[in-house]
Structure formats: C-alpha cells, structure tokens
Write a protein that binds this ligand. Structure first.
Ligand code: SF4
Length: 366
C-alpha cells in the first residue's frame, strides 16, 4: 500500500502579479503555448506516471493549485480530470481547485470533478485591494454561481492590511458567511507579527465572528465548520507524505532506503526545462534532498504547533528519540502562559498563536 495519501498539482499560470503574492508563478508569455491542445495536461499525466510504483490507489486529497489553474483552459482541465478519474479510485477523495473570483474562472472548471473550491478573494474592500496592489475585483455572479455549484467553499482573506482598520475584515467575513462559505483561511501580510496597531483586535474579531457562526479555528490561519477542515492541508500539518506534480511543485515522499526517511524535492520552475525532463522520461526535479532526523523533528514541531491539536511528546520520543519535556524544559516554563500541556500533548492556546513565530523558534534542534 502506498504511503502517499495526498497529491498536489501545480498550475502556476498567472496574469495579474499582485504585489503581496510570494507564490511561484509564470507570466503569460511563458505559459500561453501550454494552454493549446491539452499540452499541459499531457505533461502532468506523464509526470504522474513516472511515480507509478508509489501512486496511491485511493488518495485522501488531490489539490490543484496555482497561480490560477483555470487559466490553463477548459481542454487542459477536462483532459487532466478525465485522467485522474481513470487513474485513481476517488471514493471519499477531497478534490480541490483554486480559483480567482471572476466568472471566466468558473466557466473553465469541469464541475463534475472537483468537490471543493478555494477562492482567493483576499478582500471585498476596494480600498484594501488597492493597498494590496490587486486588480482582481470579486464578481457577485461568481460567488452566487460558486455557492450554487459547490457545498464546500473555502475563501482566502488577508487582514491587518496597513492603512485599513478592523471594519474591513469584519465586512469581509460577513460577506463570506452570506455566501455559505464553510472554510476560511485568514492570513496577515507579514506573518503573525504582534506589533501592528489593529492586529490583535482583528485576530479576535475573526475568532468571535466565526465562532458565532459555528466555524472554528483548527490551525493558526484556518477556520472551518465541523467536517469542512481541509483534508489536504491537514495532511501537510500532520506531516504526511505528498506527491507534488507540475512546474515548481514541491513534494515529500518516502526514502526507499530507510523505513522512516523523507525525500523532499522541488520541480523545475522553468517550464521548458520541466517539459524536456518529462518528455525524456525523467522526473523533473531541480532540487532533491533526504531530510536528516533533526530536520524532520523541526518540521514536525513547526507544522504541529500551527494546529489546535499541537504535538505529541510520545510520538517525538518514539520517532526521534527526543525527550521533549526534558530537553526544552526551560522554554516550556518560559512560555507556559501561551501553551496548554496535557498528557503527552502540547498545544498553543488561541492567544499563544499571536506569538507563534517567537515561541516556536525555541523548540528547534540545530
Ligand atoms: S494572488 Fe493569484 S492572481 Fe495574484 S499574483 Fe498570486 S497567483 Fe497571481
């Protein structure tokens, strides 16, 4: 049985280039030739088949992200999804596609395949969008149609935007709730810094409004109605293996020479190099390394403490032979007001998440 449960498909096509965005993306001049005759879909299929021996039969999740996957066009998405249907048993598989809130996006997405849509709204406020340097304005018809087609809608919002106040995130949340959004990812521009004027107020506004609507925080930036937690992202935070497919995609797969080893890789960001490798039957990895035990431990702590379930000291002992309580006793004492320690579980409290960066860096192995 394959140890891989999650597949990420990267379609890093973008034609906007918003000022705040750090994701890897390609400009139209580079990706346009790949939108013709299902060219991109053909490459993604070939790459996936290079991993045939380790592909899962019934993946927990398949996440198609970007960029803006819909820019690859109807034909590419149709061909890709037909291949995925043929290749995998998709019973209970969470199938997500990312989209921008413009109607053209929705028209290009084959509605029978994806059971979840993740919409990058960022904000409904023209003033906030202007500050973000984002030209895409959410279209009302898009949200109405998305709400009619998908039960499982996730929205990305940005808060703590310089030059705006708490009323912006409040209105953004209320609009999302109006469209029956079940999952929200609320990010700040510069990570969880606690020195901005409205930061704490805005964070607490999010917690309060969403709690009233039965949407709970399950990760530092993520909130969901019961049963709507993103299974794909939970896979990352629970430190599961995942296959990354497509230009610039990252993956984390088992190391065949050891029972608990991890290979971390990143594909070529240059789409022509990516194409050449795949067409010549080679995995298109630009970088690849086997993680050391300390690196694995650090990642487990970094990702685990982002979630409301936290980390398990019993698991750390068994997997990394580290006595966490003993080794980090001083720091556990220092941050006890921000942490909850119960049995073998250590979690950050809701207020502790505000100081995530400064706390977590103390629990790393060098
Ligand atoms: S947020 Fe989306 S549309 Fe904006 S630059 Fe990033 S990938 Fe492109």
């Amino acid at each position: 049985m394959s140890l891989i449960k999650h597949i990420y498909i990267s379609i890093p096509f973008c034609n906007n280039f918003c000022r705040f965005c750090n994701f890897f993306k390609l400009p139209p001049a580079q990706w346009l030739p790949f939108t013709r005759s299902s060219k991109l879909a053909g490459l993604l299929q070939k790459e996936m088949l290079l991993y045939k021996k380790i592909l899962p039969q019934n993946p927990v999740s398949i996440y198609t992200g970007g960029g803006t996957p819909a820019l690859s066009g109807k034909n590419n998405l149709k061909t890709l999804t037909a291949f995925l249907k043929e290749q995998f048993c998709l019973t209970n598989t969470e199938t997500t596609i990312e989209a921008n809130p413009v109607c053209k996006n929705l028209e290009n997405i084959p509605d029978s395949f994806f059971n979840r849509i993740s919409i990058g709204i960022q904000s409904f406020s023209p003033q906030a969008l202007h500050k973000l340097g984002r030209k895409i304005r959410p279209e009302r018809a898009f949200l109405k149609n998305a709400a009619a087609s998908y039960k499982n809608i996730s929205v990305d919002l940005i808060y703590n935007i310089p030059g705006t106040g708490p009323e912006v995130i409040k209105n953004d949340l209320l609009k999302c709730l109006h469209y029956n959004v079940k999952h929200l990812s609320c990010y700040t521009l510069e990570g969880f810094k606690n020195d901005n004027k409205y930061f704490k107020t805005e964070y607490n506004t999010i917690l309060t409004i969403l709690k009233k609507n039965n949407i709970k925080q399950y990760e530092i930036s993520n909130y969901a109605a019961p049963g709507f937690e993103c299974r794909h992202n939970l896979g990352y935070w629970q430190y599961n293996y995942f296959l990354g497919i497509g230009p610039g995609a990252c993956g984390s797969i088992p190391y065949p020479r050891s029972s608990d080893g991890v290979i971390r890789y990143r594909n070529y960001r240059d789409i022509n190099k990516y194409q050449n490798a795949v067409n010549n039957g080679r995995v298109p990895c630009a970088k690849c390394k086997v993680l050391t035990r300390s690196e694995q431990f650090n990642e487990y702590v970094l990702t685990g403490l982002r979630t409301v379930n936290g980390i398990s000291t019993a698991y750390i002992k068994q997997k990394y032979s580290i006595d966490f309580m003993k080794e980090f006793k001083n720091h556990l004492d220092k941050f006890r007001d921000s942490l909850c320690i119960k049995g073998d579980k250590i979690k950050l409290l809701k207020n502790g998440f505000l100081y995530y960066n400064s706390i977590v860096s103390n629990f790393m192995k060098i």
